[in-house]
Design a binder for this molecule. Sequence first.
Ligand SMILES: Cc1cc2nc3c(=O)[nH]c(=O)nc-3n(C[C@H](O)[C@H](O)[C@H](O)COP(=O)(O)OP(=O)(O)OC[C@H]3O[C@@H](n4cnc5c(N)ncnc54)[C@H](O)[C@@H]3O)c2cc1C
Length: 496
Amino acid sequence: MNTAYKRIVVVGGGTAGWMTAAALATALPGGSVELVESEEIGIVGVGEASFPSIRAFHKLLGVDEAEFLRATNGTYKLGIEFRDWRAQGERYFHTFGDFGDLTGPHALWGQHRRVNDAGLGALHEQCLPSVMAGQGRFQAPSEHGKLFDYAYHFDATLYAPFLRKLALRRGARRTEGRIVDVTRRADGGVDQLKLADGRVVEGDLYIDCSGFASLLLGRALGEPFVDFSHWLPADRAWACPAERVGTELAPYTRATALEAGWAWRIPLRNRTGHGHVFASRYIDEDCAREQLLRQLDGPALGEPRLLRFATGHRRRVWVRNVVSLGLSSGFLEPLESTSIFLVQSGLGRMIDLLLPGVAPGESQVAAYNAGMVRQFARVRDFIILHYCLTARRDGKLWRAMMTMELPETLAFKIHAWRQSGTLYQYDEEGFDATSWLAIHAGMGHWPERADPSLRDLAPDAALRALQRRRDSLAAVVAAMPTHDAYLRDMTQQGTR
Ligand SMILES: Cc1cc2nc3c(=O)[nH]c(=O)nc-3n(C[C@H](O)[C@H](O)[C@H](O)COP(=O)(O)OP(=O)(O)OC[C@H]3O[C@@H](n4cnc5c(N)ncnc54)[C@H](O)[C@@H]3O)c2cc1C
């Protein structure tokens, strides 16, 4: 029980709200956690691809993987296949595994000198989960000496109800109602929430998970929005589920670059999620809708739904007695499925500050805010990297992306890679050096000069080592079960 905040009120019952309620009820047993949500308003209901960190979150909650996959029609996600990003017809994988010793000097030699050597193949053929993705196979890595990581795809409309059950079992309470007014305390914090039917909800700490409405932090407290749209102009998405066709189940998300944005394809057990994220300044909504419908690989299951969003984040995400998590704190286009990861990160840091049982001081809150703002900026830079290295010239979006002025932090990283092959990492990076390498390599972006130490490497011996690694990975993966078969087996566990 937290003595500083006896009553914690979570506003909103989407993915962010129920993640928060479940985590608080687990980490602070005996405390008072009340979640207010409105079925009439509903949830955003998109967000079907996750990041490997979700597994640590599930571990903390004690979630059983098979039960979760069954409840949410979930599948495994090894990473993302990017199609047509550098040029039409090209593709590469960004998966959650490494390239062996390829990130060292050996790599630079291999990439820089032999990139056009047909015998070498693509860099992603040196990465175990990318090879698995390419062959449509899956097998969970052993926890000891783990060779790669993985995440999940799931039905976003089923995930919040799954967590809700768990949170309620652990003592969280749910209040159904539409908040129509928010009153303030003398110090500017939130005092009470007024519901449409006249009831009042009161807390000591409020967690704003109200989605794009940002009811407490944005509307009531007026915290300004830091706009990233000059770097990431996508501001709309059409989303449409489609029938699952064929028996193959891809263990990865696909992101296909289109004229003014990109289309996602997310395989679930019962259907396939499709969407088109686009910049309305470069394409009109009807045209974007048509482009999405051409991407569906089965008949549509309903009409496409339009979502509008702004890219950026609130200047501070913890202000007085309000902490904002999820869409209410900010949003970056879902190219690398980072929203749920950012919720999790904010949640973990917040719980660390709540655990001692005393209200965090100003400097701790300031550090929390600085950390979260840096995380948004790091993810922003990583997403921009996918666009700005393009060689496409076939649409205004692509021409704008390759000539725009980059954030300084990203410009420095690109310079360091180009000049010396250094994969520079700042603090608070959500993506490690291997992930950055995957995008540079996939976009055909190599250092201008080889590292001087590479002169000592015997080119033919290195080439043979790389070929051996590629061939042995392909053989190991060929013996693994298909994703579909592995998943069927896993989801039947405990039900036979
Ligand atoms: C197009 C698109 C694709 C995305 N894809 C991904 C992805 O692949 N991976 C990923 O990690 N994330 C993705 N996201 C983000 C992801 O959807 C969200 O981060 C996640 O669903 C959390 O949403 P939320 O809980 O913050 O908001 P919501 O789901 O919108 O929940 C808001 C809650 O607040 C309640 N509420 C609002 N106003 C009131 C009121 N007045 N009174 C009472 N209750 C109220 C609502 O009823 C609801 O319960 C995507 C987002 C978009 C827009």
